[in-house]
Design a protein around this ligand. Sequence first.
Ligand SMILES: [Zn+2]
Length: 372
Amino acid sequence: MNKKLIQLTELTRFYGGNTDFVIAGGGNTSYKDNEHLWVKASGVSMASIDETGFVCMSRNALQKIGSKEYAEDPETRERQVKEDLYGAIEDVQGKRPSVETSLHELIDFPFVVHTHPTMVNSIMCSNHALKSTRQLFGDKVLFIEYTDPGYILFRKVRDCIEEYRGKYKECPKTIFLENHGVFVGGNSPEDIHETYNSIVAKITTTIKSALPVGESCSMMQAAQLKDVCNELKSLDTNAQWASNALIQYYAVDRSRFELIAKPFTPDDIVYCKSKYLFVERPFDNIVSQVENFRHNNGYRPNIIVLQGTGIVALNDNVPLAEIALEVFQNMMKVSWLSNNHGGPKFMTTEQIEFIENWEVESYRRKMSKEKH
Ligand SMILES: [Zn+2]
């Protein structure tokens, strides 16, 4: 067993350390034998994980979740499923499995690596997601249209795998999730690498126009961004900025901003929220624009796009502001590359609301825990 956990650790670090596959807390991995499934614990970074970063689960208990009836009301249902998921933990160290663990159990391969790769999402978050998936990968992959995460997604993936099994007498190695990412199953780490490499290679052939290059901005732009960050300090929060050729492309004017104005995936909402503030030049009333945004939307913007200049992330927590800058730039890459597949396809208002309510719920729980 130990050797397999070492292999899982290496595999997890490999994908976790590459921002083309994993940004911030997105993604998870697992290994299973006949009885147990070891899945990455939530809150543990994939890039720096060691063998203690996995939670050992009972497969028998996980399988019971699939056949049980849960409440209709989403909030009650998700709580019940989570209780059963925690009940399947065999470890004693108090680590928690990711909510995506039950999806790992469904995939009938020893190793499973789930990531949100930029390249894959350039198709998954495009208007031709299904069409391009079939053109590039044929019928022997699963494509799951967008489904609210949690138990509903689990049931959808389970049904699709069953249908696939009926047709091909085997479990699919690749499961694409619209506006989300991909699950890859394999018999060994090499098997996983081979599948990922072939996915990325095939998508690369579809790119007609490369991403804008250039990592820096002008001294003038940097000075303006620093001034804005200084001014925003009056809001009693941290402001971090970024600017480069890609950011400047989307910051040119409001119509460009519209191409990145909504989230593509649930993770985008978690780190950047679902609405972003575009500020036209000059930026002299920036603080009141932020206050107006807060008044209209009920929260302060996590991301501000400054016309022709750069982006600013606001967060009380500096590392979270830095992550938001990274996640937002990834949204720009996805938007750019989605032009090879019919253009960007954002999450719908209903899909966004489901995640926002979920977030509010988990936030509320966190706050009440901290108070007691
Ligand atoms: Zn995911």
